[in-house]
Design a protein around this ligand. Structure first.
Ligand code: SF4
Ligand code: SF4
Length: 350
């Protein structure tokens, strides 16, 4: 869209403050002793929060598909209202951007469109950033994702000495630059080269970390071939059906609608559902197609590694590792993939 730009460290806070005057600004930040998380930035922001080095604990879906949302009212209930304010997310990472491809397909790209999601998505400007570290749980490389955004952003910030190399990826991103020219200058060749060196270094660090996880097999194939493997029963024995893996996952998108008394009438609420819950597929009369925990665990992998690749040639897993950190039963998606892979290999050698 245009030549590479540069944003000085000192101007980063100024830009966020200006954006906070135009809409709601969420930034992915790091604070002492805490994991990277999303914070609301106001127009009196003092610039004290450090931009996050890796993806935040919260998945981006929370901004577009809230955990609980009023989607209708009747008989005098409180109307969902019209929150039409522009929003910005600063510091979304590459894996987060991939999760939006899945959510866009589900809520805005199929036979049914969700107006609540679409409206929030249209209002959201994405200012992404390169990862400058990797968490122990990160395995985006296995999902063919680089640790720096390669598209799907309005603007991207790559940390280098003294500031950020800036790319614009859309008209919206270009508009931010033209509206706030005072914060941007041309990036020097040396700064762009430094960015490339940083990208190579973080890619290498991720590869080294994932060394033991190298799976030379098609994940679709090993998941479908492993349908009857013991791994599901063995791993599901530690599942306590808390739903944390579903809720923290940036691509899990199942929801349930329920009506509640609210205001003077009734409200229809849309809330996150979890396929690991016993009642997930329960129907009237008590029947359920996924009665066993092992069946529900397997179903989750089926969706991520078979169903979505068939639908849109994408794994519905970004390798963010959030479910690994969140699971109280220490069920680790990487370990399950490794078991499936070694059992597939053993079958071939028989
Ligand atoms: S399944 Fe786990 S690692 Fe994959 S996207 Fe969801 S939370 Fe991240
Ligand atoms: S986070 Fe772990 S224990 Fe909780 S539902 Fe998911 S697999 Fe089961």
């Amino acid at each position: 869209m245009m030549d590479k730009l540069f944003l000085k460290d000192n101007d980063y806070a100024g830009l966020l403050k200006e954006l906070a005057r135009e809409g709601i600004v969420y930034a992915s930040v790091e604070e002492e002793g805490e994991k990277p998380h999303i914070r609301l930035i106001t127009d009196d922001y003092d610039g004290q929060l450090k931009p996050a080095s890796i993806r935040a604990v919260e998945p981006l879906k929370a901004l577009l598909f809230p955990a609980l949302e009023n989607v209708g009212a009747y008989m005098g209930g409180a109307d969902p209202g019209e929150a039409k304010q522009r929003a910005f997310i600063i510091g979304a990472k590459s894996c987060d951007l991939r999760s939006l491809e899945i959510l866009d397909r589900v809520f805005a790209g199929g036979d049914f469109e969700d107006p609540f999601y679409i409206e929030k998505r249209d209002r959201l400007t994405i200012i992404s950033s390169d990862c400058t570290a990797c968490a122990d749980e990160c395995f985006c490389g296995l999902m063919d994702i680089r640790p720096y955004p390669t598209g799907e952003y309005d603007m991207n910030l790559s940390k280098v000495d003294g500031g950020f190399v800036v790319d614009t990826g859309s008209e919206r991103g270009a508009e931010i630059v033209s509206k706030h020219k005072e914060f941007f200058s041309g990036a020097a060749d040396g700064q762009v080269e430094e960015r490339e060196r940083n990208r190579e270094a973080i890619s290498l660090a991720l590869e080294e970390q994932a060394e033991g996880l190298r799976i030379d097999a098609d994940l679709r194939k090993i998941t479908s071939e492993g349908f009857e493997d013991d791994v599901w029963e063995e791993e599901a024995g530690r599942c306590v059906e808390c739903g944390a893996c579903n809720f923290i996952c940036p691509t899990c998108h199942c929801f349930i609608l329920s009506d509640h008394a609210g205001g003077k009438g009734y409200e229809r609420m849309k809330r996150w559902d979890a396929c690991q819950y016993a009642g997930f597929t329960r129907v009237a009369g008590g029947a359920s197609v996924l009665q066993r925990r092992s069946e529900r665990l397997r179903n989750r992998y089926d969706k991520k590694f078979i169903f979505f690749p068939a639908l849109m040639d994408r794994y519905a897993c970004t390798g963010c590792g959030r479910c690994v950190s969140a699971c109280p039963g220490k069920i680790d998606i990487r370990e399950i993939l490794k078991v499936l892979s070694s059992q597939a290999l053993a079958r071939r050698q028989r």
